[in-house]
Design a protein around this ligand. Structure first.
Ligand SMILES: Cc1cc2nc3c(=O)[nH]c(=O)nc-3n(C[C@H](O)[C@H](O)[C@H](O)COP(=O)(O)O)c2cc1C
Length: 324
């Protein structure tokens, strides 16, 4: 059943969310999600507070542009300093954020070595100050997106849960993997359930949701909502499909012709956003494989796209693999 999601001072009609994906979840991607699905909200790519404050606005359009066709948007910030995060929070509130999230899950060395991303989970005092800095500088609901710690759950995860709640976060997104597990280890649903049981604020469960069975498995943790990650890439209709199937109805999948058109539209809009065809086509290499899910020659298609640097050639490759 589709349920409303109450997050801080906002109520959303559905409990499915499209999550943040660096290199992918800018406006062209999100616009497609809104055309085909009705999530509670979608998320920007992670944006460093320092970059937001110090780089010229023109250089940040990729991160801050919201298309008028989009619904509610969560700006995701990374930070290691409360003063910078406070300023970044004020700015994204002015840019029209509907929710603001602090990234506490990023496993990338460059981010962790700066004391941001998942490294914050081992620094409860800093984490507390960062959440407070967000809460004191916006009227938007504030969340943090975390990963889990297996093994020492009663000490580590319990401490993280206590800090999140005491600092006043409105809700938390829990990705059920440890930061060292990156993305391939199966999601630990029991660790997500642990947070649900510890916290009074809503928990949004995240990890490995791609079909009705995996969606239901996540809901069985008791979480208030679910966040789709990779499975939303290349199939912006996924949330609509899940909502249709949840109601016992059959979802008609799009044809290869439509998938081809959506992929090319995604890349074309990225060119317009970035103002650089070659850069946008190179970026498309990272998400082409998701659109090609289910294509028998998926690996060959991805290899061919990896050689492409312009839109004319990209259209030809798509024609060869998808329409012939
Ligand atoms: C390419 C890629 C980029 C990601 N970028 C972000 C990001 O910017 N911020 C974030 O919190 N999580 C990011 N994630 C993690 C996802 O939001 C999500 O937590 C993770 O993929 C697990 O969900 P899934 O198993 O449904 O994909 C990224 C994941 C991938 C694969």
């Amino acid at each position: 059943m589709i349920k409303p999601l109450i997050l801080g001072n906002k109520t959303f009609p559905t409990h499915l969310v499209q999550g943040p994906l660096a290199g992918i979840s800018c406006a062209p991607f999100r616009r497609l999600i809104w055309r085909y699905s009705q999530p509670a909200y979608t998320c920007t790519e992670m944006l460093s507070s320092k970059t937001l404050i110090h780089k010229p606005l023109a250089a940040q359009q990729r991160f801050i542009k919201k298309d008028p066709a989009e619904g509610p948007l969560c700006f995701q910030l990374s930070a290691n300093n409360p003063e910078e995060l406070a300023e970044a929070t004020r700015r994204v509130t002015d840019y029209g954020a509907d929710l603001i999230d602090l990234n506490c899950g990023c496993p990338v060395k460059k981010i962790r070595s700066k004391g941001a991303g998942s490294s914050l989970l081992t620094k409860p005092t800093e984490l507390y100050r960062l959440i407070l800095a967000m809460k004191q500088n916006t009227h938007c609901p504030v969340s943090i997106k975390i990963r889990v710690e297996g093994g020492s759950r009663d000490t580590f995860n319990a401490e993280v849960a206590r800090v999140i709640q005491e600092a006043g976060a409105d809700f938390v997104v829990v990705h059920g993997r440890h930061w060292t597990e990156h993305y391939e280890t199966p999601c630990h649903h029991d660790e997500i359930q642990f947070f649900v049981e510890q916290l009074k604020i809503p928990v949004i469960g995240n990890g490995d949701i791609s079909c009705l069975a995996s969606f239901n498995k996540m809901l069985a943790t008791g979480c208030a909502g679910v966040m789709i990650g990779r499975a939303g890439v290349g199939q912006p209709w996924l949330i609509n499909k899940l909502m249709t199937e949840m109601q016992g109805e059959v979802f008609s999948p799009p044809s290869w012709e439509e998938i081809n058109e959506v992929f090319l539209e995604h890349v074309q809009e990225l060119i317009e956003l970035l103002g650089n065809e070659k850069f946008a086509v190179l970026q498309a290499r990272t998400f082409a494989k998701y659109y090609a899910r289910g294509l028998p020659a998926r690996l060959d298609f991805s290899a061919a796209v990896n050689q492409v640097e312009d839109m004319v050639t990209l259209r030809k490759v798509c024609r060869d693999y998808w329409l012939s």
